[in-house]
Design a protein around this ligand. Structure first.
Ligand code: ADQ
Length: 464
């Protein structure tokens, strides 16, 4: 019987319940088909030891967890993946730090994962690789004789060839990716950019719906990821009674609430957003004391230097804003570095009048979708959304769309969102909910796997 094999850098804790929509959906697919979820265990060992590899069986799922040496982690994860690929894929060439040693470590860890996985894959299994940490994994699996279907989904943007091909070794990565049968992106623009890279850098060509390169034939497409829409609606409606949320509401003493929720990352546009709010206060000084901005930003990747610098920058901006505008009885910005459970988050979204989702570049951005699904349909909040988030493709019909680099535009959008009459908020909310009901994270998973399973394989089918 065919099974599903999911590979991702991070893997949810085997015994613990999954909370994020993606983990829930993948787990459901694995439970339905039976299968393996493989990835990094989160543990490291000294460089002179062999990294451990453990299997845990939990119901129909086998969790296959590989440790990494400290050097592996530094070169593959902090180095190549998060200091070179992450900024590059988000159009930040100036932040991209390329080092040959990191690139070598990245390919070495992909080989390690492939060696460990190859022994477990059976004929007929579907393998689904996730995200930029593992671009060459499919090719490493092919080298080890895996001929079944292998798909890849890219969670972050894919830039134009002018940006991507600035990366030393870009051609090698593209060539490796031709080993997949289906390469999925968040948006049609990302898929087009990827095809443009292939056409520019490799002897690749389009043939009908497929791309062909040498002896490989594969498909490239857009599969926008989404959320557990009904789950968020339910959680948000039930959350009102949570003590944390009741205290939060009481502390607002009638002020309107703006909310931002992001991992602390330079792609999310947090300094620009704080700048936009500051501009709003100076453009509409009568609103001082009437509006409060809650920015939730749990720290991430603090071991990468640029993230430390960003933490300092945001802390400074938050402090300046508080010093300049704060009153004895009013704090304009509540800046919180911790993570919250999904129930509290859903309740906070529902309590907010406006969400500011203004990344400088984002593959999709699930926070925008979660905010919309959490609203009270009788009195929904308004969404201010960056034109550079993948989510704008589905939510652009109901959001106030802004250029996140334009702080005056953010200030105007805040004013417009806060003043928006109820019928307009409702019609915008209805339009966005239509998109979110039509494509949930479960639909995303099913659509992708159906496409991977259905894709005609085999080179023998290629015309001579
Ligand atoms: P991320 O860059 O992490 O994901 P995003 O899509 O917004 O960005 O997902 C963040 C998730 O973390 C959301 O589900 C959110 O609820 C959760 N989260 C954020 N802050 C939290 C907090 N304080 N407490 C609890 N949970 C919090 C990458 C890409 C995105 C793409 C996703 C999925 O960068 O563009 O949408 O993968 O493909």
């Amino acid at each position: 019987m065919s099974r599903l094999i999911v590979v991702s850098n991070r893997v949810p804790q085997p015994g613990a319940p999954s909370t994020g929509g993606l983990a829930v959906a993948l787990r459901a697919a694995l439970e339905a088909e039976g299968g393996i979820w493989m990835g990094w265990s989160g543990k490291t060992c000294p460089d002179d030891e062999d990294p451990g590899f453990t299997l845990h069986q939990n119901g129909a799922i086998t969790w296959a967890l590989s440790d990494l040496t400290e050097r592996d982690l530094a070169e593959y994860y902090q180095g190549f993946a998060n200091s070179a690929l992450w900024p590059l894929f988000h159009y930040r060439l100036g932040l991209t730090e390329f080092a040959r040693g990191d690139s070598a470590g990245y390919h070495r860890v992909n080989r390690l994962f492939a060696e460990r996985l190859a022994g477990m894959v059976r004929p007929g299994d579907l393998t689904w690789v996730h995200d930029y940490h593992l671009l060459p994994l499919g090719s490493e699996l092919r080298t080890r004789g895996i001929s079944g279907r292998i798909g890849y989904f890219h969670h972050i943007p894919w830039p134009s060839p002018d940006v991507f091909l600035a990366l030393p070794g870009a051609e090698r990565l593209l060539q490796a990716m031709t080993a997949y049968d289906l390469i999925g992106f968040q948006t049609a623009v990302d898929a087009q950019n990827f095809e443009a890279c292939l056409l520019r850098a490799l002897p690749a060509r389009r043939q009908g719906a497929d791309m062909v390169c040498g002896t490989r034939r594969f498909r490239v497409g857009a599969f926008p990821i989404s959320i557990d829409t009904a789950g968020f609606e339910r959680r948000a409606a039930q959350a009102a009674g949570e003590p944390t949320l009741r205290r939060m509401r009481a502390s607002l003493t009638g002020q309107r609430l703006l909310i931002g929720v992001d991992r602390l990352d330079y792609t999310k546009g947090i300094p620009e957003r704080i700048g936009g709010f500051r501009r709003y206060l100076s453009d509409y000084p009568d609103q001082a004391g009437q509006v409060s901005f809650l920015q939730i930003a749990p720290r991430s990747r603090s071991d990468v230097e640029q993230y430390e610098a960003l933490e300092r920058e945001i802390a400074t901006l938050a402090g300046q804003l508080a010093g300049e505008w704060g009153r004895l009885d009013w704090t304009p910005l509540r800046y919180v570095n911790r993570a919250f459970g999904q129930n509290v988050l859903a309740g906070l979204y529902r309590q907010a009048d406006v969400a500011l989702v203004t990344p400088l570049r984002d593959g999709m951005n699930l926070v925008a979708k979660e905010f919309v699904a959490s609203q009270d349909p009788g009195n929904p909040g308004a969404l201010v959304l960056s034109r550079f988030a993948g989510a704008v493709q589905e939510l652009g019909n109901g959001a106030i769309v802004v250029n996140p680099y334009d702080q005056e535009a953010i200030a105007q959008a805040i004013s417009r969102a806060l003043a928006m009459p109820l019928p307009e908020r409702q019609s915008r909310h209805t339009a966005m909910m239509r998109s979110l009901r039509a494509n949930t994270v479960f639909d995303w998973c099913r659509t992708y796997l159906t496409a991977l399973e259905g894709h005609e394989m085999g080179l023998e089918k290629l015309p001579a």
